[in-house]
Design a protein around this ligand. Structure first.
Ligand code: GPW
Length: 807
């Protein structure tokens, strides 16, 4: 598109929709007009893409996820369509700043954290690799809450992201389908002696899909992310004249559950899970039937992926649709189901593993419960004589009136994968060991990855420009080529350019910090960043213990030679997670105390930025010098902010947990700071039950002073929270071994303080991190899923192959 064409299109749209001249339009009108233009450009490709899949009979994957976290889409769509620069300069010609327009867009925050963002990085990568793949999820009216701080406490406000409408979505009423909930079911014997389920008194709701184009990176491909919204079916309108009852139905897709790695056990959540699973499966089967193929070919055309256990009801729902609605027998339906489905596990934390009480499942989805019971019965039967009785009992679906959703997902699918090497190994050896004995061939690893396009090209233009200059722009299409940067490790001019690019982003972040918090920070200080959900196992509290150590060090010796450092936090706590909220409060109070103490001479500053989300991540990550990845070993399945920060030249301080281990292997020991217990040592403590935080405290004056600061008034305004935290570390024996890892952590931090003073040495480490980040591209990850699990091929490869075989 030329500049003139862009201007003409914009003029036309502004006149048609807003009765405005280009010169008189504000950012909101301009954003929506530009969004419309982008849609017009991409819709043509979108239409071609799906037609192509259909006519080629391409096998497609459907990625079922109860969370998607795309963030803002305008710049990403412009970039992927290849018109970002043209649009930017065209707007500049008429004195409009693209950034201002882009800021009009609300973050699409239909997810909590890593799991939802991974789903969105995958959507970007699947389209960019030309793979036929679609998302399936829920269009929540309210996304993840907006976080504010009041007196240092987290306050949650509703996220009204749809207030001004959503330019990207297309409501497809013609593709709606009915989902049935509640009621009861009994088996009726037919004349031919067969049993048939009869369902009665159900509540029928309408699932209406809203489709968003997932635009591939400059390759003409546009895939579909389909999000379902609930409505009352026209046929049922009369039943719901009572407003309260209407509300109950409409509540179904009203809000995203704000718990990260914590199961909620609520009825509405279970109904949400079934709602998007049922609608998704029905629409897939409807599509398949249009192909006019026999049922046994279903797994040659369709793969369905279960992102964690939230969509695990795919197993019984696909069985139900195949049997009840299409007349297949159990054995045939089961064979197809297992071949079509695959599952990813994202945690080993017990409190996050979903278990639903039988009474709830029976009430919300009685037919699904029946099928689950039958899967359980047949599983137990089929294992008799093959495996010991106790193993069979441990692996079955139904145990003490609960349904183990992970067991359902593993038994009902052909592939189970973890999200980093150590995590997949722990699944095999410990957490899911029994299942590994039963189905060794089903287990595999797929280390997470990130979409470099968003996390480097969009978020960090200064660094991207330096990369182009040094290694040409081939890395933009092939992230692996970032490796070429290794050739510049001893090139002082290149190192200086990288340092200058970092400084630009640090200055921008410093301005943002000043604007939003009033805190003044120096861009020359180390920017030390911990950004992730607030969770005890992620140990934000240990970061604070170390900050307090530095605080006392400076107090004791004001002349101490410390490299100035700004500790930056971004984290939301689940509203019901009171301990996590207490940690937010004490970090905020400690920050206040430190930032207002002139005697510290700005040697340390602490900034807790409110409302951490995808857009804020895009501001923080490019400005980071140090990446905090300090979870207790074995607890963080993978982590993905570790990869984003590495890509942007931050150097990691880490435990040997999740993907940190693979990052260490990629960059080498000199370019990462490792500390703390290993996963084996952690498990040894569990086995021997010989950990005593009290003992460590009693023998350690430094830790005494730091911990006492929580209860002796040193940190003000935390009477309740300070005691709670103090008790968690001593009375309740420090569940995540903070005291055990503290000194090793402080040692690693001291090394960072020392190394950062040598600008060239530090920049070399930073360079090695950027250069080796290509190995963590989500492009590579989804290609591995495509080959090993989904058995799908890029559309180009497919057309070429057809071309050659057909001569
Ligand atoms: F508990 N993760 C997440 F496993 O963000 F379901 N939310 C969740 O509810 C769960 C996991 C669940 C995260 C993991 O904590 C993180 O280590 C991982 O990198 C990410 O999922 C993507 O795999």
């Amino acid at each position: 598109m030329t500049k003139e064409e862009i201007k003409k299109e914009l003029r036309q749209r502004l006149r048609d929709t807003y009765a405005l001249e280009l010169e008189d339009a504000g950012p909101v009108e301009l954003f929506y007009s530009l969004g419309g233009l982008v849609k017009a450009v991409s819709n043509e490709k979108w239409q071609k893409t799906w037609k192509n899949y259909l006519t080629e009979g391409q096998k497609q994957v459907y990625y079922f996820s109860i969370e998607f976290l795309p963030g803002k889409l305008l710049k990403s769509n412009l970039l992927n369509l290849g018109i970002l620069d043209e649009v930017r300069t065209t707007l500049a010609d008429i004195n409009v700043d693209l950034e201002e327009l882009a800021n009009v867009e609300k973050d699409m925050a239909l997810g909590n954290g890593g799991l939802g963002r991974l789903a969105s990085c995958f959507m970007d990568s699947i389209a960019s690799c030309g793979l036929p793949g679609n998302g399936n999820g829920i269009r929540y009216d309210y996304g993840l809450f907006k976080q504010q701080f009041m007196d240092g406490y987290q306050v949650e406000l509703p996220d009204e992201w749809l207030k001004r409408g959503n330019v990207w979505e297309i409501r497809r009423e013609s593709k709606a389908c009915d989902v049935h909930l509640f009621g009861n079911v009994y088996m009726k014997r037919l004349a031919n002696g067969k049993l048939e389920p009869v369902e009665e008194n159900q509540t029928t709701v309408r699932a209406v899909p809203y489709d968003t184009g997932m635009i591939g990176y400059q390759n003409g491909i546009v895939n579909t992310m389909r999000l379902w919204s609930v409505e009352i079916p026209v046929s049922e309108e009369a039943k719901y004249h009572n407003l309260g009852e209407r509300r109950t139905i409409e509540d179904l897709t009203a809000v995203l559950y704000p718990d990260d790695s914590q199961e909620s056990g609520r009825l509405v959540r279970l109904a949400q899970e079934y709602f998007f699973v049922s609608a998704g499966i029905q629409s897939i089967i409807r599509y398949y039937k249009k192909l006019n193929l026999p049922w046994h070919s279903l797994s040659e055309k369709i793969a369905i992926h279960i992102n964690d256990t939230h969509p695990a009801m795919c197993v019984p729902e696909l069985m139900r649709v195949l049997m009840d609605e299409n007349g297949l027998n159990w054995e045939f339906a089961w064979d197809i189901t297992v071949k079509v489905l695959s599952y990813t596990n994202h945690t080993i934390m017990a409190e996050a593993l979903e278990k639903w009480p039988v009474y709830l499942m029976k009430r919300v989805v009685p037919r699904i419960y029946q099928i689950i019971e039958e899967i359980d019965r047949r599983y137990v039967m089929s294992m008799q004589g093959i495996h010991p009785q106790d193993l069979i009992q441990r692996t079955r679906l139904l145990q003490n009136d609960q349904i183990y959703m992970a067991h359902l997902a593993i038994i009902g699918s052909h592939s189970t994968n973890g999200v980093a090497k150590i995590h997949s190994d722990l699944l095999k050896t410990i957490v899911l060991h029994d299942f590994y004995v039963v189905y060794p061939e089903r287990f595999n690893n797929k280390t997470n990855g990130i979409a470099e396009r968003r996390w480097m090209q969009l978020a960090n233009e200064p660094l991207s420009d330096v990369m182009d200059e040094l290694i040409t722009d081939s890395w933009r299409k092939a992230p692996q080529n970032l490796k070429l940067l290794m050739n510049y490790q001893n090139d002082e001019i290149a190192l200086k350019k990288l340092r200058e690019a970092k400084l630009v982003k640090k200055e921008e972040l410093a301005s943002y910090i000043l604007e939003t918090t009033g805190i003044q920070v120096s861009p020359n200080a180390i920017f030390d960043v911990q950004i992730k959900r607030l969770h005890a196992y992620k140990r934000q509290l240990m970061n604070l213990l170390h900050i307090l150590k530095l605080y006392f060090d400076i107090k004791d010796n004001p002349e101490i030679d410390l490299t100035p450092r700004v500790f930056i936090f971004g984290a939301k706590a689940a509203p019901s997670y009171s301990y996590a909220k207490s940690i937010i409060k004490v970090i905020n109070e400690a920050a206040d105390m430190i930032n207002n103490d002139a005697s510290l001479q700005d040697k340390i500053k602490v900034v807790f930025l409110p409302n951490y989300n995808v857009s804020l991540a895009e501001k923080i990550i490019p400005a980071a010098d140090v990446s905090e990845q300090i979870s207790l070993a074995s607890k963080e399945a993978s982590g993905t902010s570790n990869m984003k920060l590495m890509l942007n030249g931050a150097v990691t301080i880490a435990t040997l947990d999740g993907a940190n281990i693979e990052i260490k292997d990629a960059v080498g020991d000199d370019n990462i700071y490792i500390f703390g217990l290993t996963e084996k040592e952690v498990y040894n403590y569990y086995e021997n039950q010989d950990y005593s935080s009290q003992k460590i405290y009693d023998e350690d004056e430094e830790l005494q002073r730091i911990l006492d600061a929580f209860i002796d008034g040193t940190i003000p305004n935390i009477e309740f929270e300070g005691q709670e935290i103090y008790d968690s570390l001593l009375k309740f024996n420090d569940e995540y071994f903070l005291l055990r890892d503290f000194h090793d952590y402080a040692r690693a931090q001291e090394q960072i303080d020392h190394d950062y003073k040598d600008a060239v040495l530090w920049q070399k480490k930073s360079l090695a991190n950027i250069a080796n980040a290509g190995g963590f591209s989500a492009d590579e990850t989804v290609k591995a899923y495509a080959e090993d699990i989904w058995q799908i091929e890029p559309i180009f490869a497919h057309t070429e192959k057809e071309g050659t075989t057909n001569g």
